[in-house]
Design a protein around this ligand. Structure first.
Ligand SMILES: *[C@@H]1O[C@H](CO)[C@@H](O)[C@H](O)[C@H]1NC(C)=O
Ligand SMILES: *[C@@H]1O[C@H](CO)[C@@H](O)[C@H](O)[C@H]1NC(C)=O
Length: 630
């Protein structure tokens, strides 16, 4: 049976959003005494519970970063295989020395290892990370280790992924305390005799000071905290205690505790907000397009029939200009082509997400699917770009095909390369490893670029789109238009609506990207994305219509800019998010945030700009095929 992981309310209304398991994923069955392995992931900064939670860093560190001195397995650390998407999103899994056997050693206090020599500079490094609220991330049988918390809004218990590296609430002479003891509570389900399944992993970390000898000591209630001395060498002992606790949660619903929606009402609020914007727009467009345009058309055609020598007016005046080649058709068609490739990628990824393939239990699948989709949709990019280019009157088709396949990916690659450089200098494990870089280049050159060329070939074969009116040989003079139709003003003005339809959902997306919160409200996300697409298209058509009425016929670039206007708002919102939700001390973190934000805005610009451009193209063709020109 499929699980209902969202709250009942949401699940009922959006049944598609509740399927979270990769169909066919099988549970791991353990026998009593069988080893249950703990995998350790990178340390990530965490949003702490408080009135004003702020993220203090964006840099991940490897668990076995030598500065931390965590206990290593006797036969050395081994990296675990991971999907492309997990690696890109910063997962680095290693094995660990925890000796855990199903149902064995219940409540036994054990020493993991005692590290004899944590130097002063390393202690300072660890203390700094504790002050930045870093959290440890473990995986046990695919489940993240979590801390149990209470949602203060409705007193629900939920599992918050990750647990604190240390304790920095300032109660010990303003020094942070390192958590060197972990109480691990493993919840198991017993579906049939001698079959046990892990259905919950909770960790209560605590700090136990005193002599750090090999003797295990798990009495954290009566212990002094362990404060690291920043100007001397000292020993640190790590201890752990496993408690097996039977649970009646079946394996199929074990993720439900993790996928806690804090306030489902806020998603609904966002959706209703978007729907109101769409209705408002539809009414406006309906009024303008249906009333004015059909009135215009019947009047134009009536004038023609009566053969009155009357002056033309309004948008009919520019019929000889609307399909005039815009400035720089090459660049415009490349942007539209790449935008179309991204649109296809986003669309298919959302479909996969809705079908339940991209759950958080299937680590990194979202990013993997996005990368693979993007590569294969190179053909769409090449096709659209070459047809748009031909329709805009461009002649250099080969150059267009080549640039479509290369310009945008190169730009992205350069940005990622620079960000990577910063990650490496900051000693972070988040830098994309060389092998992954090669794989991405392979996806690009091996799949995306050739498919783009194939698409361009077919696009060229199908040729330009036929236009309903001819272009006059001599360009018309453009009268000065109203201020709000200037390209940048129009872009900023029109961007408000698509952005307004999305900004609540955007908050969750940003939190999941930067504060490593799991995102799984894909039903809401898909609806919001469709609303944004619809809004961008209608707003752009409106602005294009206003432009043509003002006898401003250079609509091509304006349509792209107007459609992409939400990107400016996205940038502004990103800055606001940084201002209100983050306090990044290091320059590297700040630079990284700005870099990711810029990438996000760039993609948004291409996607919504392309939607605006294609919608306007369609509308302009419809508009001018409905009037009779002598
Ligand atoms: C382990 O110990 C806890 C209490 O310390 C107890 O509640 C639990 O049932 C025990 N589990 C097993 C499998 O014995
Ligand atoms: C085991 O589970 C029960 C209820 O399911 C809970 O009351 C108890 O505190 C748990 N034990 C531990 C050690 O967490």
């Amino acid at each position: 049976m499929r699980t209902l992981a969202l709250s009942v309310l949401v699940a009922r209304a959006l049944p598609l959003a509740s399927a979270f398991y990769l169909p066919g994923a099988a549970p791991t069955n353990y026998r009593e005494g069988e080893r249950v392995e703990v995998f350790v992931n990178t340390l990530t900064p965490m949003l702490m519970e408080s009135d004003d939670p702020k993220l203090k860093s964006l840099i991940n560190y490897d668990y076995y970063n030598p500065m931390f001195h965590f206990c290593e397995p006797n036969d050395g650390q081994k990296a675990q295989p991971e999907s492309l998407g997990s690696i890109l999103f910063g997962d680095r899994l290693f094995n660990s020395p925890y000796d855990i056997k199903m149902l064995k050693d219940n409540g036994t206090c054990k020493t993991l290892c005692a590290v004899p020599d944590v130097r002063g500079d390393e202690a300072k490094f660890i203390n700094d990370r504790i002050k930045e609220d870093y959290a440890l991330n473990w995986l046990v049988d695919g489940l993240p280790a979590a801390e149990m918390k209470i949602d203060t809004r409705n007193d629900d218990l939920f599992f918050d992924m990750g647990f604190n590296l240390g304790n920095n609430d300032g109660q010990f002479q303003n020094l942070p305390a390192l958590n060197n003891h972990y109480d691990i509570i493993l919840r198991y389900h017993n579906p049939s005799p001698d079959t046990y399944r892990v259905v919950g992993v909770l960790v209560w970390p605590s700090s136990i000071g005193g002599p750090q000898t090999d003797e295990p000591n798990c009495d954290y209630e009566n212990a002094e905290p362990l404060l690291l001395n920043e100007d001397g060498t000292q020993a640190v002992r790590y201890t752990y205690r496993v408690t097996w606790n039977e649970s009646d949660t079946p394996w199929a619903t074990r993720w439900d505790n993790y996928l806690h929606i804090f306030d489902p009402r806020i998603h609904w609020f966002s959706l209703i907000n978007s729907i109101i914007i769409v209705i408002f727009l539809c009414v406006m467009v309906g009024m303008i397009l249906l009333r004015s345009v059909s009135r215009d058309i019947s009047r134009y055609n009536a004038i023609d029939i009566s053969e009155d020598v009357q002056e033309d007016w309004g948008w009919k005046l520019v019929h000889g200009e609307v399909f005039r080649t815009p400035r720089n058709p090459m660049f415009l068609s490349i942007m539209v082509g790449n935008g179309a490739q991204l649109i296809a990628m986003v669309g298919i990824t959302l479909v996969f997400a809705l079908l339940g393939f991209l759950s958080p239990s299937n680590r990194g699948s979202l990013a993997t699917v996005m990368m693979v989709c993007w590569s294969f949709f190179g053909c769409i990019g090449g096709y659209i770009s070459s047809r748009v280019y031909a329709s805009l009157g461009g002649a250099n088709k080969r150059k267009n095909a080549f640039l479509t396949a290369t310009v945008f990916p190169t730009a992205i690659f350069i940005i990622i390369f620079i960000l990577n450089f910063f990650l490496i200098t900051a000693g972070s494990s988040g830098a994309v490893p060389f092998g992954t870089m090669l794989l991405i280049i392979l996806l690009w050159f091996g799949i995306s670029a050739p498919l783009s060329a194939v698409g361009a070939y077919f696009g060229t074969k199908h040729g330009m789109i036929r236009h309903p009116v001819r272009v006059n040989p001599i360009p018309r003079q453009i009268p000065p238009g109203p201020k709000y139709l200037r390209p940048w003003v129009a872009a900023i003005l029109s961007g408000i609506l698509p952005f307004g339809a999305a900004f609540v959902e955007l908050y969750f997306v940003l939190s999941s990207l930067f504060a490593s919160r799991a995102y799984y409200a894909f039903g809401f996300l898909a609806l919001t994305a469709s609303v944004v697409a619809l809004t961008a298209a209608t707003v752009t058509i409106l602005f294009t219509y206003f432009c043509l009425c003002a006898e401003e016929y250079r609509w091509h670039w304006r349509a792209f800019l107007t459609g992409g206007g939400s990107a400016f708002w996205l940038l502004a919102y990103g800055l606001f998010y940084w201002f209100s939700r983050m306090s990044l001390d290091s320059f590297s973190s700040l630079f990284l945030y700005m870099g990711y934000l810029f990438l996000l805005a760039l993609m948004d610009f291409l996607v919504t700009g392309t939607i605006g451009f294609l919608a306007s193209y369609w509308a302009v063709r419809r508009l001018y095929s409905s009037i009779r020109i002598d």
